[in-house]
Design a protein around this ligand. Structure first.
Ligand code: 13P
Length: 302
């Protein structure tokens, strides 16, 4: 299906979602297993992020001991000027460490993020975790559509769309991850793939519901490989994503949405990457597990 046809199909499908905005229909207790059907239209996301965003995705790594050590070091080590310049630092530990992380980060400016969630509010979904559960532990951000969930765990665009709606409904801030595989890039389809992912996740959602959105461009071939995208490639793709958001949401919205780059970010390349226009932050995997490396990246973001 062409991108245009797909846009039209999804816009049609999501009209149903839009129509339910006025009614604002939460599943709530007693409606277990219900699909989420609305998106919080006017959530106050608090302080605007005007500086850089540095987010750490620990993936399925860490331990209680690492959580203690890493978060204590981050608390002590992030320079005050990073937060004074309006920056946001987010850590996304595995689910079991969220309560511990919440305790360790209490009173600090470091925000807590989740790596994933289930679109339902509650119910018979063995092994899954919902937005309200995450909020019980102080989570304010959530990754949506990380490539490891798309490609390793087989999550389809339609499921990622439902997660996006759940994140918005409960007033979490989504970091929507998009990115092409190596073969998609080698066949010149990188922008087409990104468009498909953006269309599936966002088309039909009202701008008023998207105030907390950030988008992370994470080329799959750059994740965990040490092959960082060049600043030129990053600049080109971020300009494309911003253009898409201007065209499909609104000019003003596209202009201000934070765009993050992810894929083998290290202290050695963070300065160049963060210096690109249209790069408002980084989503860091491996280097977010080592305090000195994550702090090194943060030092380029103030
Ligand atoms: P690496 O920084 O390990 O390449 O991982 C990037 C990533 O997937 C962050 O979400």
């Amino acid at each position: 299906m062409s991108c245009v046809a797909e846009t039209q199909r999804l816009a049609g499908a999501s009209r149903a979602v839009n129509l339910r905005f006025a009614g604002f229909d939460f599943p709530g207790p007693g409606r277990e297993n219900a699909e989420l059907t609305a998106v919080a239209p006017h959530v106050d996301f608090g302080r605007a992020v005007v500086g850089k965003i540095v987010a750490g995705n620990w993936k399925m790594n860490g331990s209680a001991a690492l959580t203690d050590d890493l978060l204590s070091r981050l608390r002590a080590g992030i320079p005050a000027r990073f937060f004074q310049s309006g920056g946001a630092c987010i850590v996304c530990p595995p689910f079991p460490y969220l309560p511990q992380a919440q305790r360790l980060l209490a009173g600090s400016s470091i925000a807590l993020g989740a790596q994933d969630l289930h679109p339902g509010a509650a119910g018979a979904f063995t092994g899954e975790v919902s937005a309200p559960m995450l909020q019980d532990f102080g989570v304010s951000w959530c990754l949506v559509g990380h490539s490891e969930r798309r490609h390793i765990l087989g999550e389809a665009d339609s499921f990622i769309r439902r997660k996006m709606e759940a994140v918005l409904e409960f007033g979490l801030r989504p970091i929507l991850c998009v990115g092409e595989t190596l073969s998609q890039r080698e066949s010149g389809r990188q922008t087409q793939i990104i468009d498909q992912q953006l269309i599936a996740a966002l088309v039909g959602l009202p701008e008023s519901a998207l105030g907390g959105l950030a988008v992370a461009y994470e080329p799959v071939w750059a994740i965990g490989t040490g092959h960082t995208a060049t600043p030129g490639q990053v600049g080109e793709m971020h300009a494309h994503v911003r253009g898409w958001l201007r065209g499909h949401i609104s000019q003003g919205f596209g202009q201000k949405v934070p765009l993050l780059y992810g894929g083998s970010v290290t202290p050695a390349n963070a300065h160049d990457l963060l210096g690109q226009s249209d790069v408002d932050g980084v989503l860091v995997g491996g280097a977010s597990l080592k305090a000195d490396q994550f702090l090194g990246i943060l030092s380029h973001a103030s």
